[in-house]
Ligand binder design. Structure first.
Ligand code: GAR
Length: 203
């Protein structure tokens, strides 16, 4: 059984989608060992508790990045977390944190990277006028929204869209993409050359 550690800062819909996938048997061999937020007011924390999961708030405010990261990593290690899943975790991880979990930290981002990294990616894409956007699940490295890409899903931008309807349709795809990426990583059915991740056959 592989232990997932979920880090979030807000609503937590990607976390809920993962929890639902696990409950439905769509991510076999995984369980959520802990949900951690850097913000006490993150609705995702309350949802985690309602679902009977262990949920911790480790406030980041006023702390140096690595000091906070050390507290988070200690909590993850204490629960024997195998794979760290950032799900709307609005903090850049320190290089030290990244080194503790080599190729074992995933992030989901609401754009087709490398386009529109950073905050409010859906709004950035809409304002830019792109005709296609989407989402990306990638390994986390030391740069923001940057590591090797695991799964991408495209979403067409419709003439009738505003930035909210576009963000909603991207979110639907995020919820599908994250489970898919986690399954790939847990199954180990891929190889990485440079930045390029290639699926291999199931063992
Ligand atoms: C999601 O759209 C996620 O892709 C994005 O924050 C949202 C969190 O929603 N993450 C980033 O922008 C990371 N750079 P959620 O709390 O409902 O999962």
């Amino acid at each position: 059984m592989k232990n997932l550690g979920i880090l979030l800062s807000g609503r937590g819909s990607n976390f809920v989608a993962l929890a639902d996938s696990i409950a439905a048997g769509r991510i076999p061999g995984a369980r959520i060992a802990i949900v951690i937020s850097n913000r006490a007011d993150a609705p995702g924390i309350e949802t985690a508790r309602q679902r009977g999961l262990e949920a911790l708030v480790i406030p980041s405010k006023g702390k140096e990045r690595e000091v906070h990261d050390r507290e988070v990593v200690a909590a993850l290690n204490h629960r024997h977390v195998d794979l760290v899943c950032l799900a709307g975790y609005m903090r850049l991880l320190s290089p030290w944190f990244v080194r503790q979990f080599p190729q074992r930290i995933l992030n989901i981002h609401p754009s087709l990277l490398p386009a529109f990294p950073g905050l409010e990616a859906q709004q950035q894409a809409f304002a830019y006028g792109v005709k296609v956007s989407g989402c990306t699940v990638h390994f986390v490295d030391e740069e923001l929204d940057h590591g090797a890409i695991i799964v991408q899903k495209t979403v067409p931008v419709l003439d009738s869209d505003d930035e909210h309807t576009l963000a909603d349709r991207i979110l639907e795809q995020e919820h599908i993409a994250y489970s898919e990426a986690i399954n790939m990583v847990l199954e180990g059915t891929f190889e990485i050359a440079g930045r390029r991740l290639r699926r291999t056959r199931r063992l």
